[in-house]
Design a protein around this ligand. Structure first.
Ligand code: UDP
Length: 236
């Protein structure tokens, strides 16, 4: 089935953009990945520190945090550099989502009183930066644990995808142009075995019938399974 609204690069409704990973992008960080969803590019660096939040430290358990930031030149209009004017609410919301997602990938109870920080810096934004950050973040985490010979602590494979609904049609992996005109958009975080980690959505322009949610999830998990295969190819 072809969409009523033509997509860039003649994509069908459930086609992904070209997803690419450049592992060890930063030479001195084994847990570094440049992830590209089409024109969206996010640099991820996962590192370990010995500092742990009190609520984990007293039990000898580990933690994982994410930080998300858009570089000033990543957007069409210059984005203010965070730190100078503080951090915007959108970035905070996104980094909490990335952290929640990636905490599901690792057995933090067995990690010891240490913290993994997953830094996500958007180099070029063209829609789906949070989903690219989660997918690339999982790979960065997996590469880091592999390098530390602690890959047994990696308990789930996780990836994320954006979906949108317009005129009752479901679009996978929205670019910025699509995101601007979509009725409602969704973010799905899922595991390679089909389990759900997080699903959120909002009617940006027009509310949608709740019955469509099952189709959105099915189309989303089809994409998650394809993305997980790409992650596995790079990891091994
Ligand atoms: N965007 C932008 N400036 C901003 C926030 C977003 O240009 O301050 C663009 C950017 O291309 C981004 C897209 O709008 O990828 C969609 O943003 P959204 O907040 O939906 O998050 P994303 O889809 O990137 O996870």
């Amino acid at each position: 089935m072809y969409p009523i609204h033509m997509r860039a690069n003649h994509r069908k409704l459930n086609d992904l953009r070209n997803i690419k990973f450049h592992k060890h992008f930063i030479e001195h960080h084994p847990g570094s990945v440049l992830v590209c969803y089409g024109k969206t590019q996010v640099l991820i660096v996962a590192t370990i520190s010995n500092q742990t939040p009190q609520h984990r430290k007293e039990f000898g358990k580990g933690w994982l945090n994410a930080e998300y930031n858009m570089l000033p030149g990543s957007t069409l209009e210059r984005k203010f550099r965070s730190g100078f004017k503080g951090q915007d609410g959108r970035s905070m919301e996104i980094q909490r989502m990335i952290g929640r997602a990636l905490r599901q990938a690792i057995d933090l109870d067995k990690f010891g009183p240490r913290t993994i920080t997953v830094d996500c810096d958007v180099i070029q934004a063209d829609g789906g930066t949070r989903t690219a950050a989660i997918t690339g973040g999982w790979l960065a985490l997996a590469l880091l644990l592999k390098h530390q010979k602690q890959d047994h602590l990696l308990i789930r494979q996780i990836a994320a995808i954006s979906l949108g609904v317009k005129d009752n049609q479901i679009f996978t992996d929205l670019d910025y142009g699509e995101d601007l005109t979509i009725d409602a958009d969704f973010s799905l975080v899922g595991c390679s075995n089909g389990d759900l980690v997080e699903f959120q959505g909002t009617a940006e322009k027009v509310p949608v019938r709740a019955e469509i949610l099952t189709d959105i999830l099915n189309q989303g998990f089809d994409a998650i399974s394809r993305i997980c295969k790409l992650q596995t190819n790079i990891l091994n």
